[in-house]
Design a protein around this ligand. Structure first.
Ligand code: GTP
Length: 375
């Protein structure tokens, strides 16, 4: 696919999402090392390291050097102290602050688009902070509308062997798929500890999953009736059957590197899916938005013209009088006009709830910080 010739396609952005401890950071580290060691599709071409963006402000040891790191811009512990927040609130606020600067991050990513084939976003460990926050949606939409993108949903395979856990993980993945509408890869991680074949079987064979449900734990209550949980999961699995059809699935061990090449192939295939399905949908939504804006504009314009016509018909002399007279005295300045506004900028101290940009203050202190790190 991508190469160093003139036909260079834009890089594809891999957005890694997963429950805490699923192995996202280890996975990103493995993909990073793999792409640095050789070009997966063209072994004779110089290896091209991916461009990595870390969006987890709370990660202590990343294990690799990110090109852009949220921790260089926002000090997460300082955010917690200043805003009096707990860990999750601190991560969310740090991400919100960083999102206000995301246009700059995107600018840097776009600048590097010619020299990389893959870009990776590592997201915060607390999955809902990225998947269900406005910032996460803004970042995902901004990235996906500027370059091809794919979601890699990392699953902790050894912890997903119970049918109920498997189902809740799949439902979560399903909700992310419908929210982002991006090409989606289910990555069953840690296959060195637990092979993922059981999951493939459950996804392909509805009856096998029903059987696992029936044998795992008690599926009937004391009166021999199916338990509420069992009935719920039975119906849910029917819903998920449809969801499985549009998915790519790979088994990976981030520790041994097993299956990483399959993952890269799935990413390459997702580029086509993005171009065929996501891009036309994005353009359709953009055209619909522009059309609705144009019709609102046209409607307001015609309403205003109608009002003017009525006005003129009622009072034909007013239009003639309504002219600017260069000799007339200037109107008094608005300064004395009391409207009860307070100019907060003149206040010596902040007021309760005042927004203080930690991003800006940190940037001023670190004037010498260079965002994209050296390779
Ligand atoms: N055996 C095995 N362990 C793994 C694998 N991938 C990750 N781990 C381990 O799983 C644990 C969690 O991995 P992380 O990479 O920190 O997981 P994370 O999803 O980034 O976790 P957060 O920091 O909470 O976001 C670590 O102890 C890793 O060594 C794997 O493929 N096989």
């Amino acid at each position: 696919m991508t190469g160093s010739g003139d036909d260079k396609k834009p890089p594809i952005v891999i957005i890694t999402i997963g429950m805490a401890g699923a192995g996202k950071s280890t996975f990103v580290q493995r993909i990073n090392a793999h792409l640095r060691s050789r070009s997966p599709t063209q072994p004779d071409v110089e290896p091209r390291p991916p461009y990595v963006v870390n969006l987890d402000p709370a990660v202590v040891n990343l294990g690799f050097e990110a090109n852009i790191d949220i921790r260089d811009t926002v000090n997460y512990t300082e955010v917690m102290k200043q805003y009096n927040l707990g860990p999750n609130g601190g991560i969310l606020t740090a991400l919100n602050l960083f999102t206000t600067k995301f246009d700059q991050v995107l600018g840097l990513m776009e600048k590097r688009a010619d020299s990389v084939d893959y870009m990776i976003l590592d997201t915060p460990g607390q999955i809902e902070i990225f998947t269900w926050s406005a910032s996460g949606a803004i970042i995902t939409d901004a990235v996906a509308s500027s370059m091809p993108a794919v979601v890699a949903y990392i699953i902790d395979t050894p912890r997903t062997t119970a049918p109920a856990t498997f189902m809740s993980n799949m439902l979560y993945a399903c909700s992310i798929l419908y929210k982002t509408k991006l090409p989606f890869i289910l990555v069953f991680n840690k296959t060195d500890v637990q092979p993922h074949e059981f999951a493939l079987e459950w996804m392909q064979d509805f009856e096998a999953f029903q059987e696992a449900l029936a044998t795992h734990g008690s599926s009937t209550d004391s009166e021999g009736e199916p338990t509420y949980m069992n009935s719920l999961m039975n119906s849910m699995s029917l819903v998920l059957d449809e969801f499985y059809k549009g998915l790519k699935t790979v088994g990976v061990s981030s520790v041994t590197g097993d299956g990483v090449e399959d993952f890269i192939k799935a990413v390459d295939a997702s580029r086509e899916e993005y171009e065929k399905l996501y891009l036309p949908e994005l353009e359709r939504a953009k055209a619909a938005r522009e059309a609705s804006l144009a019709s609102v504009k046209e409607e307001s314009m015609s309403r205003m013209m109608k009002d003017l016509a009525v006005d003129r018909a009622k009072n034909p002399n007013a239009a003639k009088l309504d002219r600017w007279d260069p000799n007339a005295e200037e109107e008094e300045d608005d300064e004395d006009y009391e409207v009860g506004l307070i100019d907060r900028r003149d206040a010596d101290e902040g007021w309760p709830g005042q927004y203080s940009s930690i991003v800006d203050s940190k940037r001023q202190e670190d004037e010498g910080t260079v965002w994209p790190r050296p390779q």
